[in-house]
Design a protein around this ligand. Sequence first.
Ligand code: NAD
Ligand code: NAI
Ligand code: ISE
Length: 338
Amino acid sequence: MTITVGVIGVGAIGQDHVHRLSHVLSGARVGAVTDVDLDRARVVADGLAGPVLHRSGAELIADDRVDAVVVTSWGPTHEEYVLACVAAGKQVFCEKPLATTREAAERIVEAETATGRRLVMVGFMRRFDAQYRAMKEVVTGGEIGLPLLMHAAHRNPSVPDFFTSDMIVTDTAVHDIDVARWLFDEEIAAVTVLRPRTSRKAKAGFDDPLLVLLETEGGVLVDVEASVNAGFGYDIRGEVVGEDGTVELSESAGTVVKRAGTHAGRVPAHWRERFGPAFDAELQAWVDAVAAGGTTGPSAWDGYAATVVCETGLAALRSGAREPVVLPDRPDLYKGPA
Ligand code: NAD
Ligand code: NAI
Ligand code: ISE
């Protein structure tokens, strides 16, 4: 069975997802596209075998020829499209963040739970990355004993001008927040955000890097160095410290060159390079699940919890204090293994 997917928002990652759905993955075709920038959507549509060009996201979601929807527009627009998909009973893959405020994410969780079935998957692709999956197997398999700590770093080479210090938490560290919840299978209970001396490469008024400290309910402490002007490459690091050993992500370049007394390897240039195979795996898993009549992977609850932790992180950035995370009980729809 081939599912027909409609894509809303065909910027950087939207075009990547259109390409992988059309040329890399199996079981799906892109049958409709739209973007608030219609000219951009037209260019994307012209490069494909006859998808419908819609004038709005609402129109695309209402199109009976569209079986399921991928939302890759800007974060603040996600809520509207995800809610419309849930109301239409259509499966939706939404890039992170699920929504940009606690209230918006809550509305999505409420709408989905009211239908009694999962319709939403959130694009936390690290859960599909081979290295993170191997790390989770070691942690949950008990090989290093009880996990105590995690050290993480999320370094972007640079960011566009519209990027703000707040986005280091909400757009960048949001991935590390999801990883911590998923790896340890616990909610985050508190957040502290510390500011070291600012990089000379950060624009005026910008705090970069940030050190985000997450405490899980069970007492695992996760320190995340998040920086967006690292310059040298896209560098993602993680090490879990357990009672009996440690597990860490290895360098992601395929080879190490040793010559003339040196030891060298490549640092990925972009998230596209570091996580390409993870993006392929997450969308293939979604396509397969949709074809089988359901969904998989990170849920609306995962997106909601991440947004709440991010909001708490922003409060911590402003106050300089440790801020507790307040979450309601997890609805039954979202209970069970991650
Ligand atoms: P982008 O700016 O390149 O693309 C966004 C596109 O959405 C643009 O083409 C814009 O015109 C369109 N758009 C904006 N508002 C819209 C609306 N109301 N209706 C329809 N289209 C609209 O951004 P991007 O880098 O592709 O990021 C898009 C999303 O993907 C963001 O949510 C971002 O957080 C996420 N993202 C995730 C990852 C990841 O690693 N998982 C990486 C990059 C981006
Ligand atoms: P982008 O700016 O390149 O693309 C966004 C597109 O959405 C643009 O073409 C824009 O015109 C369009 N758009 C904006 N508002 C819209 C609306 N209301 N209706 C329809 N289209 C609209 O942004 P980018 O980098 O592609 O990011 C898009 C989303 O993907 C973001 O949520 C971002 O967080 C996420 N993302 C996730 C990544 C990941 O690692 N999982 C990596 C990069 C982005
Ligand atoms: C981007 O939107 C992503 O999601 C990337 O994974 C992240 O590394 C980057 O900081 C974000 O801007």
